[in-house]
Design a protein. Structure first.
Length: 314
């Protein structure tokens, strides 16, 4: 089975590297200093489950060099979705499967607009990891799990394409689940990530520091509940008390982390704030659901995205 990783950041780099330890034909598509370092010394993974390195070789910035691929892990930043989707044609066949592992709830729809063949699956990556230096990805303690499935609901046992990919993930030591309802899985993650990303970036605090102060913890809960209300309105199967369940799960992990949104902010990079709080605000307006916390985070962080996006183009 041949894999292509589009966007070799914290998510694509970590899971792609795990696949490369088991499957020989794994290609990484990256750009900039990260690409240059990987070409010279490979991709270094620092992880709570052990450090390892993928040697230089199948690393490029040109999809045409990769050729037709069976599985594409689509992991670019949400604001680059359409640009990356337009570059997929050289690696797609009718049997190709594109799995979006991005932040946000509408990336799959954007990808589908630009591809002529292959299937798009939704996906959720639960992991705390980021590029900490060119050619280096650091994972800091997290579930390290992928949940994925076809966009149209169908019973997983009938999805042969998905079962084949699931087997490949499991063989590579990746915790993975093929779900019948990826729509709900995406929205459940969105409840968490939109709130945590915005608040860690806005406060510059770690998640544990936010949780330690009752007022800030309450603000985080309010942000989650705004998205929880929207998720139910769009028919995601979110169980009652889901936000409280998230807080219980957080007790199992080291929360001395910040989000990738915080990392991008402090490194003066464009932000995914439009795909996170911006999307919450737009859904709220459309559905007549109040979203004051996300409206504040969006208004406060959007100017940074505009500033750094402008700088990156000059």
């Amino acid at each position: 089975m041949k894999f292509a990783v589009i966007g070799t950041g914290g998510v694509g780099g970590f899971f792609g590297a795990k696949l490369a330890k088991t499957w020989e034909d794994v290609w990484f598509i990256a750009r900039g200093p990260h690409l240059d370092a990987m070409k010279k010394v490979g991709l270094q993974i620092n992880s709570t489950e052990g450090n390892f390195c993928v040697p230089p070789g199948k690393i490029t910035d040109k999809p045409v060099e990769v050729g037709p691929s069976d599985v594409i892990l689509f992991c670019v930043k949400s604001y680059d979705t359409e640009l990356a989707a337009r570059q997929l044609e050289p690696i797609l066949t009718s049997e190709s499967t594109i799995i979006s592992l991005q932040n946000g709830v509408d990336n799959e729809e954007k990808i589908q607009k630009y591809i002529k063949t292959g299937a798009v699956y939704g996906g959720v990556a639960n992991i705390y990891s980021t590029i900490t230096a060119p050619g280096v990805i650091t994972e800091t303690g997290s579930p390290k799990k992928i949940e994925f499935g076809p966009l149209r609901r169908q019973h997983a046992v009938k999805d042969q394409r998905g079962k084949t990919i699931l087997h490949a993930f499991l063989e590579a030591g990746i915790r993975a689940e093929l779900t019948d309802d990826v729509h709900t899985a995406i929205w459940k993650k969105f409840i968490f990530i939109a709130a945590v990303a915005g608040l860690t970036a806005l406060t510059r605090l770690t998640l544990s520091q936010i949780l330690a102060v009752k007022e800030t913890r309450a603000l985080l809960a309010d942000a989650m509940r705004e998205v929880e209300t929207i998720a139910r309105a769009v028919h995601a199967n979110v169980e009652p008390g889901y936000v409280e369940l998230i807080f219980e799960k957080l007790k199992k992990y080291d929360n001395n982390t910040r989000s990738s949104l915080y990392y991008d902010l402090t490194h003066e990079k464009p932000l995914e704030i439009d795909a996170l709080s911006g999307t919450v605000v737009r859904y709220g307006e459309r559905l007549d659901i109040s979203t004051p916390v996300h409206r504040t985070m969006y208004a406060a962080l959007l100017p940074y995205h505009i500033k750094y996006s402008t700088q990156s183009r000059t």
